[in-house]
Each structure stands twice: as structure tokens, then as C-alpha cells.
Write a protein that binds this ligand. Structure first.
Ligand code: NAG
Ligand code: CA
Ligand code: CA
Length: 332
């Protein structure tokens, strides 16, 4: 059902005229925010790495996972949309069999992990996370006007934003336990996957799974964005970043099992939330590759809900459009 009545025109603060740069796909904790005091000092403190409650498991639950058969596939594209993202060239990559979660990790699953381990996420330690301005209650936007990412002022680094309070103090996940967990860093994602006996997928595993046996198609289902006049992913409809018509039903995250799965049974590989992978970005061990785009992506601006698309964040960063799913090894 289309929520056409949900047509929202949000006239935001006049900040958008200053900004024509990047989509903020590459937010990082040290990104300089306007007028923020010494962000580097704040974020260079050693993390309190309290792992004592985390145990690694030998086996993992294969429920809600797809077995992805080992294969050679053509990774990347020869028609890169973002040259600087190194989307190309096409090359043959061989991947061994492995398991991949059918869904992004949900708030419910992450809650269970926190309950069992007492783990504290990085956003909780740092005291803030990046949130898309439109999702900040209007009454609170003004006080955050000096905490915007310079390159992408629609991102606000907001205090008190965590996986449990995705829009800050007062907000909860109770009404969206089946939505993907957000505001989790690569380090957090890694901890979660290890705890359940899994690991993050490599970029190649992720991309092969996104393509689901289709050769050089743009999306997990083919080349057309809306076959049969349906929405196949949670992305942005309207004019980024001012107007999101939410024609696909969602302004923000959607339940992890929404939209049709691809041929490998995987949901929301494109859109909904970006997903962390194991890989370093251009050999930088502090920056990790993320795949799939998010509910904030629009073709005009951040056309990254394609299987070949890629981006990155520093591994301690978190944001309201970035989550993950886990992979598992096939035992010999
Ligand atoms: C990948 O391998 C297939 C099958 O051997 C071949 O047809 C194709 O040209 C190769 N692609 C590239 C980019 O090398
Ligand atoms: Ca949407
Ligand atoms: Ca996704």
C-alpha cells in the first residue's frame, strides 16, 4: 500500500544552500562539525574495551540464514557511477560457500545481545551519533545547528543518540523491534557477530550475495528500479534532502523482512540501512567498507543502492542509516 497521504514537505532551516558536496555517505567520528570544540581530542581517547563478558561460540544458529554456494562472479562494474568509490573495473572473484543472514540484524536481536553481555556500544561511550536532520524533532533542531557535518549539513552529531534511543533521549525502539539496529559502529557489529558465532561478510561475499546469480545487473532483482510498478527497496523518493514522499512506505527504516527477497532469499540488500563488511577501505585499517545504500539514498544524489556501489566509514563511527548482517563459515 502506498502511503501517498504521507507526502511530506519539510522546509528545513536554510542550511541547504551552503551544501552541494557529498551525501555524507562517509561520515566519520572525526569529521569536523561546525563550531564543535576539539573533536579530535574528544574522540582520540582509548576506548574502554570491556570484552570480559563476550564469549565466542563455536556454532551458530542457521535459522534465517541462506547458504550461499561458492562461485566465481564478476565483481564491480565498468560503468562506475562514483569513480572515486573505486566501483570498477569488473573482475572475476571466487568465493567459497558460506552462510549469510537473510535480514539485517534487528533491534530485537541486538537487545538480546546487550542483555546477555552488558556490552556498551561506541555511540554510548562517545555520547553521540550522527542522525539525519529530518528525524530530529523540530523543536530540537535549533540547538544542534552548530553540530552539523560540514560536507553534509543534513547530518547532525546529536547527544544521547544510541541504538536504543535512535532520535535521542525520549525516543525508543519499542515500536520498531523488527527494524534494523542502527547507530552501531563496525567494532560493535564485529562484537555482535562474534558473540553469535558468526562474523561480518567480506565485501566480495556481500556483493556476490547481492547479485544472487544475476550477471552485471544494477540491483539485487535486475536493472529496473521499480519492476511491476512496485517498490523493491527502501530508498528515498522525492528531492533529496528536502522532500521525502515515502512512496515506498518508509521515511526512515523499515522492518528487516519488508520488500521482496532476492533469489538467494536475502531481504534489503539494497536500501533500508547500509551494511558493514569486514574489508578495509583502500588499505586503511581504520576505515571499513559498507554496502547497499540506505533509506536516504536517491538516484540524483547518492545512487548507491546498486550491488557494485560501495562506501566507507571509520570503524568507530555510527549513524542512523548504517547497520549490518552477519555471515557464517561452512564447516568442513
Ligand atoms: C570472467 O570469467 C568468465 C568465464 O570464464 C569470462 O567469460 C569473463 O570474460 C571473465 N570476466 C572478466 C572480467 O575477466
Ligand atoms: Ca523510503
Ligand atoms: Ca541493507
Amino acid at each position: 500500500m502506498y502511503l501517498m497521504f504521507l507526502y511530506l514537505t519539510l522546509t528545513l532551516l536554510n542550511i541547504f544552500n551552503v551544501c552541494t558536496g557529498d551525501c555524507g555517505c562517509q561520515l566519520n567520528r572525526n569529521a569536523k562539525c561546525t563550531n564543535e570544540e576539539q573533536p579530535h581530542d574528544k574522540y582520540s581517547q582509548a576506548l574502554n574495551d570491556d570484552d570480559k563478558n563476550l564469549k565466542e561460540r563455536a556454532d551458530f544458529d542457521q535459522t534465517h540464514m541462506s547458504l550461499i554456494e561458492g562461485a566465481t562472479f564478476e565483481m564491480g562494474t565498468d560503468k562506475p557511477v562514483f569513480e572515486s568509490d573505486h566501483e570498477g573495473p569488473i573482475r572475476n572473484i571466487t568465493v567459497s560457500s558460506f552462510y549469510l543472514d537473510k535480514y539485517e540484524v534487528s533491534n530485537k536481536q541486538f537487545s538480546k545481545f546487550i542483555e546477555e553481555t552488558g556490552y556498551i556500544t561506541e555511540a554510548e561511550k562517545f555520547g553521540d551519533s550522527f542522525i539525519f536532520e529530518m528525524l530530529v524533532p523540530e523543536s530540537e533542531r535549533e540547538q544542534y545547528k552548530d553540530f552539523r557535518a560540514v560536507q553534509a549539513p543534513w547530518w547532525i552529531k546529536m547527544k544521547g543518540v544510541t541504538w536504543k534511543h535512535p532520535e535521542g533521549e525520549g525516543s525508543t525502539i519499542d515500536d520498531r523491534l523488527d527494524h534494523p539496529v542502527i547507530h552501531v559502529s563496525w567494532n560493535d557489529a564485529q562484537k555482535y557477530c562474534n558473540f553469535v558465532g558468526k562474523r561480518l561478510p567480506t565485501e566480495a561475499e556481500w556483493e556476490m550475495s547481492c547479485r544472487a546469480g544475476l550477471k552485471q545487473k544494477l540491483y539485487p532483482w535486475g536493472n529496473k528500479l521499480n519492476p511491476k510498478d512496485q517498490h523493491w527497496a527502501n530508498i528515498w523518493q522525492g528531492d533529496f534532502p528536502l522532500t521525502n514522499t515515502a512512496e515506498d512506505g518508509y521515511l526512515s527504516t523499515a522492518p528487516v523482512d519488508s520488500f521482496p527477497p532476492n533469489k538467494f532469499g536475502l531481504h534489503n540488500m539494497a536500501g533500508n540501512v547500509w551494511e558493514w563488511t569486514q574489508d578495509n577501505w583502500l588499505n586503511d585499517p581504520d576505515a571499513k567498507v559498507k554496502k547497499g545504500g540506505s533509506y536516504l539514498c536517491h538516484e540524483s544524489y547518492c545512487w548507491r543502492y546498486r550491488c557494485a556501489a560501495r562506501s566507507f566509514n571509520t570503524k568507530d563511527s555510527s549513524a542512523g542509516n548504517l547497520g549490518f548482517r552477519c555471515a557464517g563459515d561452512v564447516k568442513a
